[in-house]
Design a protein around this ligand. Structure first.
Ligand code: GDP
Ligand code: MG
Length: 651
């Protein structure tokens, strides 16, 4: 048999799936964790059945992207996944809403095993559900009580599966309904109303409440956590803690990865026979892989915390309290997590937007998330601030450099929210945006699940975005290595002669030669080609090259400048690079880096989509190149004009 696992979100379908198959499908205390079908196998009484875990839906009528999966299968009886039998998992503590989908499926005459899951919670709430009465109301249906989280009810469920094919009885729940196919159920308001009225009557028959009902632990906690004042304060406090933690601890593995990869490159270039192949590996591929792996600590840590908040049920509260603030901006309460995550890195942020079921709100979130100032901008900001912003105090208290840094972060946040509000009017959709959210009960996190979430996100990033980052790194390497051949050679010879004349040592000579080669490589030529375009912003072709190379990732900006100015970063950090940059003059003798051009560059980096990893992830998450390209374009336009205006104002 093909067995479909169906039910509302967050009722424990994946838990039942794991219970039956022994597989470890991701489970989460948050609606929308399963967004694709998952397959498994079970053997009952010698027969092997395939079992499919579907995303949760509230009805057969599809509203969100993940709900469509169920509709597509059920509306086509020739579909490979069309089930012979359905296990409908319902939250026994919340029967009224849960039975809606069940009765729709019942009317489709699919043999059903009705699983009353979360019976532990129902019992705690003092609800006693009569499975016999349920079986009477829905003849042909087998009803099984489970607590899937801790594995109770597995045997009962297996027995029901064995008997499932005998259970079909052609009875309809809705009287005088002429439902023959899924499409008969679509958009029928009357159908929905009738169903709920009938379900209300059924509930009265099958459910008894014990007389005294204590206020549950969950609602006691919620009085504080969703409180209109304390709720926000507590959330802000938790965020602060998480960010402190990520900043404090991600840096260690990131530095480690950084040094490991650069040592490895150095070692490779020593042991491999000199030549193009060696260069490709040591300067193109290995640093390219390093550029992927370096994001892993932040992604892993961030998702560790998000998974933790999600597992306990707290995340749903955050969404609930933030929805009020986000909605006028075209965003959703669920946008909060992606936006906040993006301050560390837009990649996990954009991946976190998956839980937003409304297409438009999800899209807006994905589009504006990279405007939040991520940690890759920090090296760029700090270098430029040290270079052009005087270290002065303002009003005797504020450090001017610190203020500028704060201003850059604020600019990112404000523009993200403003653009979201604009996009709200620009993006057309037929779907209506509303938040259908239940607050799940608080549960202690299960560490296995936290681990699985972290692993899945890291795998997703390394596997998909990684490929693209690697490819572009190789292209950038090739463009910096090759050029119109005799031009590059001539420049190299010239540089060598001038170095000899100045009696420079071996290292300095090598640096001058590589700098001359870079200037005449394809990427150097490209820098010169774009020079007229970036001149109004106050930049020269050398900055142009860095703008192009740092398209790979923003922090590459600093490294590229270092190569171009032929200085190596030594123990003194950026010191020597800074000195060279300070001394840098244009042809007319004026300085290249001034308050105007430096600030203009910073503003450029606030807005520009200088991160191919993010573009790769957006492509993956929207499954088209259209959105990443739109994003690249509007952020580029914003960056250009923002930088231009800044330059004009400050010059
Ligand atoms: P799905 O969205 O329907 O796939 O549901 P999941 O399997 O992801 O489970 C949602 C949440 O409910 C998770 O936190 C589970 O640990 C929890 N859960 C699942 N079954 C039970 C149960 O029987 N009792 C309780 N208390 N929690 C459960
Ligand atoms: Mg699931």
């Amino acid at each position: 048999m093909k067995i479909a696992l169906l039910g509302n979100p967050n009722t424990g379908k994946s838990s039942v799936f794991n219970l039956l198959t022994g597989l470890r499908q991701q489970v989460g205390n948050f609606p929308g964790v399963t967004v694709e079908k998952k397959y498994g196998e079970i053997i009952v009484g010698g027969d092997s059945h395939s079992i499919i875990d579907f995303p949760g839906t509230y009805s057969i009528y599809p509203r969100a992207k993940d709900e469509r999966v169920v509709y597509d299968v059920l509306s086509d009886s020739n579909h490979v996944d069309f089930p012979d039998c359905a296990i409908v998992v319902v939250d026994a503590s919340n029967l009224e809403r849960n039975l809606f989908l069940f009765t729709q499926l019942y009317d489709l005459k699919i043999p059903i095993i009705l699983v009353l899951n979360m019976s532990d919670i129902a019992h705690k709430q003092g609800k006693i559900i009569s499975t016999e009465a349920l079986q009477e109301v829905f003849p042909g249906t087998q009803v099984v009580e489970t607590t899937a989280r801790i594995g109770i009810g597995k045997e009962r469920l297996l027995r029901a599966i064995q008997e499932a094919p005998n259970g079909i009885k052609p009875v309809s729940f809705l009287p005088d309904s002429k439902i023959c196919s899924v499409d008969d159920l679509l958009c029928q308001e009357k159908e929905a109303n009738d169903r709920f009225t009938l379900i209300g009557n059924v509930i009265k028959r099958i459910e008894q409440k014990s007389a005294i009902q204590e206020e549950s632990r969950t609602s006691k906690i919620d009085r504080i956590l969703v409180h209109p004042i304390f709720g926000y304060l507590i959330f802000a406090g938790i965020l602060l803690l998480i960010f402190q933690f990520i900043y404090a601890f991600a840096a260690i593995p990131m530095d480690f990865i950084d040094t490991t990869f650069s040592n490895f490159s150095g070692w490779l270039s020593e042991i491999l026979p000199a030549g193009l192949f060696s260069d490709l590996i040591s300067q193109g591929i290995v640093p390219g892989i390093g550029g992927v792996v370096i994001f892993v600590p932040q992604i892993a840590l961030l998702f560790f915390f998000i998974a933790l908040l999600e597992e306990t049920g707290y995340l749903a509260r955050v969404v609930f309290i933030m929805d009020r603030i986000m909605r006028p901006l075209g965003l959703n309460g669920k946008s909060v997590v992606p936006l906040i995550s993006s301050v560390a890195c837009a990649i996990p942020g954009i991946m976190a937007a998956r839980t937003i079921s409304d297409w438009k709100e999800r899209m807006i979130t994905v589009l504006v998330a990279p405007l939040m100032s991520c940690s890759a901008r920090i090296p760029v900001y700090t270098l430029l601030i040290a270079l052009v912003i005087p270290n002065e105090r303002i009003l005797g208290v504020f450090n001017l450099q610190g203020l500028v840094l704060f201003g850059l972060y604020a600019l990112g946040l404000v523009s993200a929210l403003t653009i979201a509000a604009f996009l709200k009017f620009l993006i057309k959709t037929k779907e209506k945006g509303f938040l259908l959210l239940e607050l799940p009960s608080y549960k202690s996190p299960r560490w296995g699940n936290v681990g699985i979430t972290v692993l899945e996100k890291v795998k997703l990033f390394v596997g998909d975005a990684g490929k693209i980052i690697l490819a572009i790194s190789i292209v950038l390497w090739a463009m910096a290595t090759f050029g119109p051949s005799n031009k590059m050679e001539k420049a190299a010879i010239k540089a060598e002669i001038s170095a000899k004349r100045q009696h420079l040592n071996e290292d300095a000579t090598a640096r001058i030669i590589s700098s001359a080669k870079l200037e005449n490589s394809f990427i150097g030529i490209l820098g010169k080609i774009i020079e007229p375009v970036i001149q109004p912003l106050g930049y020269d072709w050398k900055i142009g090259i860095s703008l192009i190379t740092s398209f790979a990732a923003r922090e590459v900006f600093v490294g590229s400048l270092a190569t171009i100015y032929a200085v190596q970063e030594d123990g003194g950090g950026n010191k020597r690079l800074i000195d060279r940059m300070r001394a840098e003059t244009k042809k007319d003798g004026t300085k290249v880096y001034t308050i105007a051009s430096g600030t203009s560059l910073m503003v450029f980096y606030v807005f520009a989509m200088q991160c191919m990893a993010t573009l790769a992830v957006v492509r993956r998450e929207t499954s088209s190149w259209k959105w990443p390209l739109i994003q690249l374009l509007f952020m580029g336009v914003l960056a250009y004009f923002g930088a231009w205006i800044t330059y004009l104002l400050l010059i």
